[in-house]
Design a protein around this ligand. Structure first.
Ligand code: ZN
Length: 365
C-alpha cells in the first residue's frame, strides 16, 4: 500500500517522501491536523518507507517486501489502536500504569506511544528515550510516533526535549498534534512542522470507494459523498463512520429539536429524559450525540444565513429546512454556546445526563 494510496495532502506526502529520498528523515517531524485527517497513517507510512527493502521509487515503499509485510495492515490501524486502548483500560484496573508503559509495535521498527489515560505519561516518555538509544538492526530505522503530543503535559514534553531536538542516529520521530501551538515552542522550532488539511469533499468522496474500510468497502457514490461531508473531509473519520448508528442518534436529536419550541407538548420531557438517560453509562454515545448536535446546529445556522451548500447532513435537508424556520438565530447561537458548556463538563459521568437535560430544556427559551 504505497504512498499513492494516502488520501489527499499531496504536498505533505511529497515533502515526507523527499525527506526519505534525501536521507534527511532522521529527525523530528510534527504532523499537525484535525482528528482523522491521516496523521498516524502518514507517520506509519514514513516508518515503512524508511525500512522498505525494495522501494518502487525513492522515498516510497512497496508494501510487499519482508519489511513491509511485517507492518499492521493500514486499513485496520485505527481498529487495532482502539482495541489496544480498551485492553489497556482493563489492564490498569489491576496494575499500575507505571509498571509497564503503554507502547504499541506497528512494525518491528515502528513504535506508537498513544496517550495512556488522558495523556502521554512520564513512564512512556522514559520508555521512548530508552528505545531511541537502542541500536536499530542494520539497514533499519526506528520510527517513534507520539500521537496527541499537544495533550502531553509540559513537563513530559520538556523531558523529551533533548531527544526530539536531536534524535540519535537511526531514529526518526513523529509527534502528532491537533493543535501544534500547544507544543512547547522549542519542540516546534526544532521540528519540521507539516500541516495536514481536510481533503476537499469531492476528492475524498471519489477516493473512498477504493480505500477499503475495515467494515467493508464504501461502494455507492451517494454513501461516499455523505460520509465525506459528515466527516468534514477527514478520511479516517469518513472510513470509520458507522453511518447507521450516526443516523439513528441523529434521528433522536432531530426529534428533540422538533419538539423544543413546545416544551409543554406531550412527550417532550420524556424524549429529553430518554435521550439523556441513554448517555449516562455510554460515554461514546454521549460524544457522538454532542458531535451530531453541533453538526445539526451548524447546518441550521448555514441555512438561516442562506449558505445551503455548507450543510453537512445533506441526507436530511428537508427536515433541516423546517427546523431552521422554528428557531431564531439568537436561539441557535445560545444553543451552541450552551452546548460548549455541556461539552466542557463532559468528563464527569454524573454530569452528562443532567447537563444534556438542562441544555434541551433551555432550547425552548
Ligand atoms: Zn517494502
Amino acid at each position: 500500500m504505497p504512498w499513492r494510496e494516502f488520501i489527499g495532502n499531496r504536498h505533505a506526502v511529497e515533502q515526507v517522501q523527499r525527506l526519505v529520498a534525501t536521507q534527511r528523515a532522521q529527525r523530528t517531524v510534527v504532523l499537525a491536523g484535525p482528528e482523522g485527517v491521516g496523521k498516524t497513517t502518514m507517520a506509519l507510512m514514513l516508518g515503512l518507507s524508511l525500512n522498505c527493502r525494495n522501494p518502487p521509487a525513492a522515498g516510497d515503499f512497496c508494501g510487499e517486501c519482508a519489511s513491509c509485510r511485517q507492518a499492521v495492515p493500514l486499513n485496520t490501524l485505527a481498529e487495532l489502536i482502539s482495541q489496544a486502548l480498551e485492553h489497556r483500560a482493563a489492564e490498569v484496573k489491576t496494575a499500575p500504569r507505571e509498571a509497564a508503559p503503554l507502547v504499541l509495535a506497528l512494525h518491528p521498527a515502528v513504535r506508537l506511544y498513544p496517550p495512556d489515560g488522558d495523556f502521554l505519561t512520564m513512564a512512556q516518555a522514559r520508555a521512548l528515550i530508552h528505545q531511541s538509544q537502542l541500536r536499530a538492526n542494520p539497514g533499519s530505522t526506528w520510527m517513534l510516533i507520539i500521537p496527541e503530543f499537544d495533550r502531553a503535559r509540559w513537563a513530559t514534553q520538556a523531558a523529551l526535549l533533548k531527544t526530539l531536538e536531536e534524535p540519535p542516529p537511526g531514529v526518526a520521530i513523529a509527534a502528532l498534534a491537533r493543535n501544534p501551538l500547544a507544543l512547547l515552542p522549542t519542540v516546534r522550532s526544532r521540528a519540521l512542522v507539516l500541516t495536514l488539511a481536510p481533503v476537499p469533499i469531492d476528492q475524498l468522496a471519489a477516493a473512498l470507494p477504493a480505500a477499503h474500510p475495515p467494515e467493508g468497502a464504501v461502494s455507492n457514490p451517494a454513501d461516499a459523498a455523505l460520509r465525506a461531508r459528515l466527516a468534514d473531509g477527514c478520511p479516517g473519520r469518513a472510513l470509520r463512520l458507522d453511518l447507521a448508528a450516526y443516523q439513528q442518534v441523529r434521528g433522536e436529536a432531530l426529534g428533540l429539536l422538533r419538539l423544543a419550541p413546545q416544551p409543554e407538548a406531550p412527550g417532550y420531557a420524556l424524549s429529553v429524559f430518554r435521550l439523556s438517560e441513554s448517555t449516562r453509562a455510554d460515554k461514546e454515545k454521549f460524544e457522538t450525540l454532542i458531535e451530531i448536535l453541533y453538526s445539526v446546529l451548524q447546518d441550521l445556522v448555514h441555512l438561516q444565513s442562506g449558505y445551503a451548500e455548507g450543510i453537512r447532513n445533506v441526507d436530511c435537508t428537508r427536515e433541516l429546512r423546517q427546523l431552521a424556520q422554528q428557531f431564531s438565530s439568537n436561539q441557535l447561537t445560545q444553543a451552541i454556546e450552551e452546548l460548549d458548556r455541556v461539552q466542557a463538563g463532559a468528563g464527569r459521568n454524573i454530569f452528562r445526563p443532567l447537563a444534556l437535560e438542562s441544555w434541551a430544556l433551555g432550547l425552548s427559551r
